[in-house]
Design a protein around this ligand. Sequence first.
Ligand code: NCD
Length: 360
Amino acid sequence: MRSVISILDLSAEEINQLIATAKDIIAHPENYWDKCAHKKLATLFYEPSTRTRLSFEAAMLELGGSVLGFSEASSSSASKGESVADTSKILSCYADIIAMRHPQEGAPYVASRNATIPVINAGDGSHNHPTQTLADMLTISRELGRLENLTIGLCGDLKYGRTVHSLIEAMSRCGNIRFVLIAPKELKIPSFIRYNVLEKYHIPYTEVESLEEAMPQLDVLYMTRIQRERFDDPWEYERLKDTYILDTKKMELAKERMCVLHPLPRVNEISVQVDADPRAAYFRQALNGKYMRMALILKLLEEAKANPIREEIDTTDLEYDRVCTNPKCISRTEQELPQLFRCTDKAADIHRCIYCEQRA
Ligand code: NCD
């Protein structure tokens, strides 16, 4: 039995298979109508969501299964102080698979270590969002016909935007990818992506502040919302919130064959007028999310049936004698959770928390 907490829990080959399954679902939906009959998906959402939660639910319903869960922490026993570990043990009694969103980084990982059913990370704090990446990749594949030989611009809040982190991890494994990171200096990508992915695998990338300057080179432009809820200082958000606005004038600078993606929700970073441009793919991307979540639920339930035992964690290079300093890490609040760090760079003596990946 396997959970998907990071996009790297799936191999590049497995992602290609999920994309193939999603395309087959699109072509022959009737073949999938009862694939998950009598199976239940639990959606445990401790943070707001429209697309992710409802597309998970629609995905399970279209597979003939049913759904249960909660859409805010205040309506669950979390409000009484129940731990993530206990909640996931309980849900393992009632459902066959869990999709969890949580404001604390590493919470779905803790759930996966305690549940006896597969857990899917539906977004944890500013850390990861693997199923959004699956939606993004199906969209790029359908819009441009390839996942290789691409210049991908990522624009906006690259620091707190979890969708950006998972997308960089996944696309870095595809052939001949170049990233253009478009962000103000306060919102640049975090070190776990810069050093563990881009530098480590020698992925070409440039960092710029001007969207106009980047525009003509891009095959994909991935716009993001400035993540207001993650800022410690509300004035910093006010100062940065209007940094990038994609409008029809900027679209004139783009290639004729390119696509604009956005995980949504949009605030004001894409002018509504851009929606009519055939290159604007973000509403199609939201639909693709449902198909990829169908493919993923199917895969994980099949695997759990074939092998109901939870995979053990790799304990090589684990260290126990450090304390995570990230205030948003699940290890700060979860009862009696052991502090665990992994050495990610022996030469530089760098250790990262296994829950949130922040440096010790
Ligand atoms: C994203 C998220 O929750 O991280 N939304 C989504 O899942 N489609 C992006 C965002 O909230 O800005």
